[in-house]
Ligand binder design. Structure first.
Ligand SMILES: NC(=O)C1=CN([C@@H]2O[C@H](COP(=O)(O)OP(=O)(O)OC[C@H]3O[C@@H](n4cnc5c(N)ncnc54)[C@H](OP(=O)(O)O)[C@@H]3O)[C@@H](O)[C@H]2O)C=CC1
Ligand SMILES: CC(=O)N[C@@H](CCC(=O)OP(=O)(O)O)C(=O)O
Length: 313
């Protein structure tokens, strides 16, 4: 059986990368829209409804518009945007989130792909809340360092134009403390409040690492760094795309510096706990265009189609 797949937003950063993942898949027929019609609502609606799977790789408003175009009950949408991640009726497209999440992705026809920063944060924090080590009402904070491709075509063009000295240094942003990933960070971790979150974009193309600093005294009494690491390792045992590293892994910091780009060109997430007797930092690293966007979207499709086990990514 061949499944028909359409990418709405095929010329964008996420859409192009999805096409690379789909190339060579004998089980899929990729439907293409003519370049001059790619924003033509009627033509997009025709292709969406001719597909078994449509990836929405669009700004939020265009994603909502596309979702309203679906009339074919067989069509499954996988939305890369922020539009539907905490909307009832949509399944969060993170198979490793919880037992039962793969079944929900298999059954659902509306799948919301996690945000890149949120993917790293949720995967790092949820197991600690579930294990009772991190109280749900703890005052959690997080920073994220990301490559500029996370900002899509316009930010890539800005960085690659050159000539602006401000862009050569890392730039903290979202300092209104209302980043668009906060609702899903709260909803999918079990935290009572979203974290205080400060992302930083820097002058490298891709790669992302979220850091969550913790005072052990604010955790369940007696919690150690080893227990945090063990909780993550147990939660993700058997997950092929999640690698939980040894506590305070000396190899990672062989030269004293953390490599934000070491998951690039993979669909992998690496999780780390660095700790001493009183403090810990939990970190998650991924490729923002891999597990942070296009890789995760293709993985969700594979789960939906029941072929996750048999295919690589
Ligand atoms: N880049 C990343 O790391 C991640 C991105 N995302 C999300 O994925 C979505 C796509 O992001 P990204 O690929 O980076 O963005 P880009 O800006 O690179 O691409 C978006 C594409 O959508 C097209 N588009 C805009 N409006 C419409 C419309 N009405 N109809 C059809 N096409 C339209 C744009 O056209 P044109 O070429 O004319 O501009 C562009 O090609 C966004 O919601 C983003 O937030 C999610 C996770 C990570
Ligand atoms: C560098 C940069 O600007 N990054 C984007 C994140 C991209 C992303 O993941 O956005 P979605 O919510 O659409 O998934 C940002 O922080 O807004």
């Amino acid at each position: 059986m061949t499944f028909k797949v359409f990418v709405d937003g095929q010329e964008g950063t996420t859409g192009l990368r999805i096409h690379e993942y789909l190339a060579g898949r004998a089980d899929l027929e990729v439907l293409k829209i003519d370049a001059d019609k790619r924003k033509d609502a009627a033509e997009r609606a025709r292709l969406i409804n001719a597909s078994d799977i449509t990836f929405l790789c669009l700004p939020d408003a265009a994603s909502r518009e596309a979702a309203a175009m679906v009339t074919n009950p067989q069509t499954c949408l996988i939305d890369a945007s922020t539009a539907h991640r905490t909307v009832p009726g949509w399944t969060y497209g993170m198979p490793e989130l919880a037992p039962g999440q793969r079944d929900a992705i298999r059954a659902g026809k509306r799948i919301a792909n996690p945000g890149c920063h949120a993917s790293a944060f949720v995967l790092a924090v949820r197991p600690l809340v579930q294990a009772g080590l991190l109280p749900a009402d703890a005052p959690v904070t997080a920073t994220s360092i990301t490559g500029y491709s996370g900002g899509g075509k316009s930010m890539i063009a800005q960085y690659e134009a050159g000539g602006d000295a401000a862009l050569t240094a890392p730039r903290p942003y979202a300092l209104a403390l209302a980043h668009k990933h906060l609702p899903e960070m709260k909803a999918h971790t079990g935290l009572a409040r979203p974290p205080v979150f400060m992302p930083i974009v820097a002058s490298f193309y891709k790669g992302l690492a979220v850091s969550v600093p913790l005072h052990l005294s604010s955790l369940k009494p007696g919690t150690t760094g080893a227990q945090l690491q063990q909780a993550l390792a147990e939660y993700y045992a058997g997950e092929r795309f999640i690698r939980v590293m040894p506590l305070s892994d000396p190899d990672t910091l062989a030269d004293g510096f953390f490599d934000v780009q070491a998951c690039n060109d993979t669909n992998r997430v690496d999780l780390f706990v660095f700790a001493n007797d009183t403090q810990a930092v939990v970190m998650a690293r991924l490729d923002n265009l891999g597990k942070g966007a296009s890789g995760a979207a293709v993985q969700a499709m594979n789960v939906h189609l029941g072929c996750e086990e048999s295919l690589g990514l």
